[in-house]
Design a protein. Structure first.
Length: 239
């Protein structure tokens, strides 16, 4: 299948500290790819480097068939990151936070924000109930819904998610992953970084295991879920 995102031999880090060591991966059109691994493996660094938020020391990132440019250029061309800490404007309303997600489209001349917002409210009815409420007063699960809804306001081609289940109750986690599955079924390409390995492998098509800044194994998610090493290390079972 055609790769929307391709990362080849990526090295990146913070100043003199190199965190990623030759990472390669790809995300095909309309597929969900999971990156799993322990704390400190470099998962967040990887997303930041792909999006141009960190310098790429070596290697290549291709988006579509072109070298990935700056963060602004990637966002304008349909790649959107939902960071781990959600980065909401807490003193603004839910509705205003959503409107900010459509800023790039508005600047490009698109005036379809009301239509997209109705779609977001269909996906997350709770956001419609709280549309006038300040984002800072929302629960953790509602904040994650808002962060994801704001990303969807940009009509992304590629959605990059950093730990969307972090700190959420199991019921909300199931809701978030059900939404992601539905979005993938509608053709959205998704790169998912997630510590909840079991959930990530259940909803994704393909997975990579990242340890110490290096991909140590990869394969179809169903295969990884049955891999003895992955099971013993990440799923809390022994075979």
């Amino acid at each position: 299948m055609t790769a929307l995102l391709r990362v080849d031999g990526l090295h990146a880090g913070y100043g003199k500290l190199v965190v990623l060591h030759g990472v390669s991966l790809s995300v095909a059109e309309g597929r969900m790819v999971a990156i799993v691994g322990p704390n400190g493996a470099g998962k967040t660094t990887l997303l930041s480097a792909i999006m141009g938020l960190l310098p790429r020391i070596g290697g290549h990132v291709l988006y579509g068939d072109q070298p990935a440019g700056s963060t602004e250029e990637l966002v304008a061309s349909g790649a959107v990151l939902v960071p781990e800490r959600r980065a909401l404007f807490t003193d603004m309303s839910v509705e205003d936070n959503l409107h900010l997600g459509s800023y790039t489209r508005h600047r490009a001349g698109n005036r379809d924000a009301p239509t997209i917002m109705r779609e977001v409210f269909t996906i997350f009815p709770r956001l419609q109930e709280r549309r006038r409420q300040l984002a800072g007063t929302l629960s953790g699960g509602e904040r994650q819904m808002l962060a994801l809804g704001r990303a969807l306001m940009a009509r992304p081609r590629l959605l990059l998610l950093d730990e969307p289940s972090l700190g959420l109750a199991p019921l909300i986690v199931r809701t978030i992953f059900r939404v992601l599955s539905n979005l993938r079924a509608r053709g959205l390409s998704i790169l998912l970084v997630e510590q909840n390995v079991r959930a990530a492998l259940q909803v994704s098509d393909y997975g990579y295991v990242l340890e110490m800044g290096t991909i140590v194994t990869e394969g179809p998610s169903s295969d990884l879920a049955g891999d003895a090493r992955v099971v013993a290390t990440y799923l809390g079972q022994r075979r």
